[in-house]
Design a protein around this ligand. Structure first.
Ligand SMILES: Nc1ncnc2c1ncn2[C@@H]1O[C@H](COP(=O)(O)OP(=O)(O)OP(=O)(O)O)[C@@H](O)[C@H]1O
Ligand SMILES: [Mg+2]
Length: 265
């Protein structure tokens, strides 16, 4: 039997660093952050892949502008990632109808995920970003153990309701001994038409908590409807408008990731 390329000692052939993008809570902007970071890392000169591992709600087909695109099987019988904006992309949403993955449960789900993780022909990559499903349950733990993760980020919104979920994400990564690079705060504020910065969510104990635990906050991404429009249209803001405040914020997070987990070794 062939060796499992994902057992704990083995890296994915050709892929230098796997970075997991997680969140304890759903809908905080994990997929948006993941695709914009992927584009930012690419623009910084790295070879980048993006794996949408959100089996229940794959969003890369839409966010990557790749709806209805079919994946081809290469000579070595592995799946060929689709390339967009210079980033190699793979999603379970490229393989099954949007509604089908929803009915998968238990062993069938794990089998599909396992095969999906093994059989992608990524080629040479500096960074493979993995957009994880929301939450910190069995699927996330199993994914975190299957893929050799060099570092993780946790995405959150600023308010205290999100804090409990951030704690769970922090706890999950420490349980599987994956270094947490830091927390990315999304939807931190919004600039209203008069130019004023408005806080969308009440700021609570998050910063204090992270400080006490010695966990870095590696970025604050403003809320801007243009970010959401870009996601719907399949053109991330970091690609369409690199000079926008949000894109600059994403690029700064990408630089922190590259600093924390250098691709060179
Ligand atoms: N900074 C932002 N400004 C404006 N809209 C945003 C921002 N971040 C995310 N959004 C929007 O919020 C919604 C949720 O974002 P997204 O799908 O990235 O979240 P998620 O955490 O991946 O969700 P899920 O838990 O379902 O996977 C989307 O419509 C997205 O376009
Ligand atoms: Mg998502």
């Amino acid at each position: 039997m062939a060796a499992n390329p994902f057992d704990s000692q083995n890296a994915i052939p050709g892929v230098k660093k796997v970075i997991a993008v997680s969140s304890g809570k759903g809908g905080v902007g994990k997929s948006t952050v993941a695709i914009n970071l992927a584009v930012s890392l690419k623009r910084a000169g790295y070879r980048v892949g993006l794996l949408d591992a959100d089996i229940y709600g794959p969003s890369l087909p839409r966010m990557g502008g790749l709806l209805n695109q079919k994946v081809e099987i290469g000579d070595d019988k592995r799946l060929m990632p689709l390339e967009r904006y210079g980033v190699k992309m793979m999603s379970i949403g490229f393989l099954v109808e949007e509604d089908l993955a929803i009915v998968w449960r238990g062993p069938m789900l794990f089998k599909a995920m396992d095969q999906f993780l093994r059989d992608v022909a990524w080629g040479e990559l500096d960074y493979l970003l993995v957009d994880m499903p929301p939450g910190t349950g069995d699927i996330q733990l199993s994914l975190a153990q299957k893929v050799p993760v060099a570092g993780a980020i946790a995405v959150s919104t600023p308010q205290d309701i999100a804090l409990a979920d951030v704690k769970k994400a922090i706890d999950m990564w420490s349980r599987v001994s994956v270094p947490l690079i830091g927390v990315v705060e999304n939807m931190s504020w919004m600039v209203v038409p008069g130019g004023e910065r408005v806080q969308l969510f009440p700021r609570g104990q998050m910063d204090n908590y992270l400080r006490e635990r010695g966990i870095a906050k590696i970025g604050e991404i403003p809320f801007n409807p243009k970010v959401a429009i870009g996601s719907e249209a399949g053109i991330p803001i970091s690609e369409s408008t690199p000079a926008a405040e949000e894109s600059v914020a994403f690029a700064a997070v990408a630089a922190k990731i590259a600093e924390a987990v250098p691709a060179g070794n």
